[in-house]
Structures are given as C-alpha cells and as structure tokens.
Design a protein around this ligand. Sequence first.
Ligand SMILES: Cc1cc2nc3c(=O)[nH]c(=O)nc-3n(C[C@H](O)[C@H](O)[C@H](O)COP(=O)(O)OP(=O)(O)OC[C@H]3O[C@@H](n4cnc5c(N)ncnc54)[C@H](O)[C@@H]3O)c2cc1C
Length: 422
Amino acid sequence: MNSDYLRDYAASADANALADGLPLTPLQKKLMGQVDEMGVAWAERAFAHDREASFPQDNFNDLHKMGFFGLCVPERLGGIGADYRTYMLVATRIGYYCGATANTFNMHNANALWTSSMVDALDMTPEQRAQHEHNRSVHYARMLAGSIYAQPFSEGSGAAAGRHPFGTSAVRRDGGWVLNGKKIFASLSGSAQYYGVLCTEDVPNPTMAHTLFMAIPADSPGLSIVGDWDPLGMRGTVSRTLLLNNVELSDEAALMPRGIYAQAASRYPHMFMTLTPTYMGVAQAAYDFAVAYLRADMPGVNVKRRMYPTKQIAIADMYIKLQQAWSLFHRTTSEFKLDPSRSERMRALACQYTVMEYCAEICSSAVKVCGGQAMLKTFALERLFRDSRCGALMLPWTAEICLDRLGKGLLYNEGEPRDDAV
Ligand SMILES: Cc1cc2nc3c(=O)[nH]c(=O)nc-3n(C[C@H](O)[C@H](O)[C@H](O)COP(=O)(O)OP(=O)(O)OC[C@H]3O[C@@H](n4cnc5c(N)ncnc54)[C@H](O)[C@@H]3O)c2cc1C
C-alpha cells in the first residue's frame, strides 16, 4: 500500500498533541518532526514485518541514526535528555506509523527513562548513588553506540502483575550474580543486545523489596531464546521466551541499585503506562485511515463513501472516543511525578484503561465503517485492528488489573481493612 496520505493526515495527530492548547516545546516539536520524516517509510515496511512476524530492525537502524537510542539518556551523558512527557508524545507519533516499532522502542527506552532522573529523586545511600552513576554511564554509552535493550519482565505467573516476587532468581557468588529462570514475551528477542530483566535476590523469605533489575548481554553463556512467535497482533515485536540457566553477571549489570526497583515501582506509578502512547498512536492511525478511506483520499480507493449518514455518525462516535482518550492522556502524562496524589494515581489507571480499550474499539469501528474491501491485507487497517487488541494485555497494567485496582482504590482509603463479603 502507498502510505503517502499519512503525510497530510499526520497533521491531525499534530493538533491532538497539544495539551490545553499549549504549544509543544521546541524539543518536542523537533523530535516529532524527525519521526514524521521517517514515518511513511516505517508504515510501508510494517506490512512485511507483520506478515513475516519479523522485528523492524530497519526502523531501529533509523532510530539509531536519529539519536533516539539515547532519547531519555541525559544530555550530560550524551543523550537527547527527553523527559517523561516528551517521550510519551514522541512515542504516540512512532505508534501512529508503526505500532510494533513503538511497542518495542518503549521496551528499549524504558531502560533509560527509569534509570535517569527518576532514580536520582529516590532515597539512596551515597554509595548506591555513586555505583548507579557508574553503571548507568556504561549502559547509556552502549545504547548510544547502537545497542538495543529489551525489557522482559513477564514470567507467566502473578509476578509481573505485582502479586509476588519474580521467580527468576539471582544468587550472589564470587562478587557477582548467577541468574536462573524464564521470561515469557521477551519483545525484541534475538534482536536486542541486552535484556533488562527483573529477578529476585536469593535470600530467605524474599519480598518485592529484593527485586533486582539487571541487564543480561545477549551473548551470555546460559541464555537461550526458545519457542515460536506467531501471534494475533504486534507481530513485529518478536516476543519469544528467554531461558536463563546459570547466567553469570557482574555488579555492573545492575540497572538500578539493590532495593531501588521496588521503591520506584511504588512511588512512580506512571512508569507503568509508557505503552499507552503506542496505542494512542494506533487509535489515531485507525481514525485517520477511516476518514481518508471514506473521503477516497488514499491510493487504491476511488469511491467516496462519506455522504451516508451512518458513516458520519460512526466517524463522529470514533472522534469523540479519540478526543476523550487524548484528553486523559495529556492530563495524566502532565501529572507524572514522584509520590503522586491518590487521585493522580487513580487517573493514571483510568487513562491506561481508556487508551487501551478505546484503541481497540476505534479500530473495530473503523473496520465496520470502511467495509469489506478496507480489511484486505493491501491496507493497514486490518493490522491496526489486530495490533489494537494487544494493549489491554500488557502487564502490570492490563485493562482488567486497572479496573480491579480502581475499584478497590476508589472504595477503600489507603490502609483501610477489607470488609468481609456478606
Ligand atoms: C505483543 C506483546 C508483547 C509483549 N512484550 C513484553 C515485553 O517486552 N516484556 C514483558 O515483560 N512482557 C511483555 N508482554 C507480556 C505481557 O506484559 C503479559 O505478561 C502477558 O500478556 C501476560 O499473558 P498471560 O497469558 O501470562 O496472562 P495472565 O497473567 O495469565 O493474565 C491473563 C489476564 O488475567 C488478568 N489478570 C492477571 N493477573 C491479575 C490480577 N492479579 N488481578 C486481576 N486480573 C489479573 C489480566 O487481565 C490478564 O490479561 C507482551 C505481550 C504481548 C501481547
């Protein structure tokens, strides 16, 4: 498919990037402009990556050339120094052109976003601070030199949902660590040079406070990638299974000091919604596709269908959902901070739920309103539809978990005992 129409339609996403009508910062404008320059090529490559379930290495080569491997690496360490909200905005634009690229780029980028200024604001000893400064400069230098970092946390148990400590264990031995365990859905598997895993220090009665965040080099003895990858959507993420069998790591592998991940996870809830922009972008892309299709504004579509009242109502309904999602997205991404208030925490969960579910609903409506010819594989829409269903499945904030936490969090104040069911 010729995706040139996106050059004009990206402007709609642009208008939606404004929060409260405020202009983007010069850096945000520049970064989103850089994505726009590459975006049409990424949208066209998405067909093959989806068909073959192959990782968009070509797009990552572009992202590396653009300096985006260091998007959230501080400027003083050679990166672009984008803050949380800037990343979130830029990622919506990447997702607009290619969902799988945005989804996987999120995994890489989170390894820098979470370990830079976010960590600096947490409680650490001077020794931890010094060690962290050393470690992150090593990891950031690798990213800037072209290494891709993945972030496989999931294990197929309740650990990634925050129910209990991770089953992957780290034993202290000879001044280093030995890791054993299994990680499922390791996006970027086979393409990443480092895998940022969460594991639990091998101590008696471990808790979440014993979680370690370690980067495993892809060529480590004992690390293997197994299983097939033939999923419904987000096929370009290539999220296969990692097996860790006595993988040896030095202290330098730590992406956060001991005990700090648990502190970050409880004090920065917004860190778990960095996949929302991917799906915000997919939702915008599906909406724009439907408008362009009904107006016959895209190559391969010669018949206008916009004159039918049913189409107009459906588009109006999609637009309303899209605007609701954008509004919540902007408000919530502007509320990122250490120790947010209860209502800010609740709103973040509501935002994640809204974006993930509305994205799937908007894509589904787009298929209905555009009709049979539009869902052929010559068009992007059927891929957007399949990709859109994946957002609500991402732990730790799946759509169901968001509802669960919202329900409890809204009816019980912090620390209030649970009532027995009658
Ligand atoms: C395309 C794709 C890419 C991914 N990439 C990565 C990655 O790079 N790194 C990574 O770590 N993971 C990744 N994941 C995995 C994802 O985050 C989840 O871990 C995975 O989808 C969970 O699958 P499961 O069948 O084990 O779900 P389960 O844990 O069995 O959960 C099934 C459903 O039950 C619900 N549920 C689970 N626990 C609770 C609870 N405590 N309370 C209420 N409801 C609950 C949730 O709604 C969940 O969707 C990816 C997933 C997909 C689809």
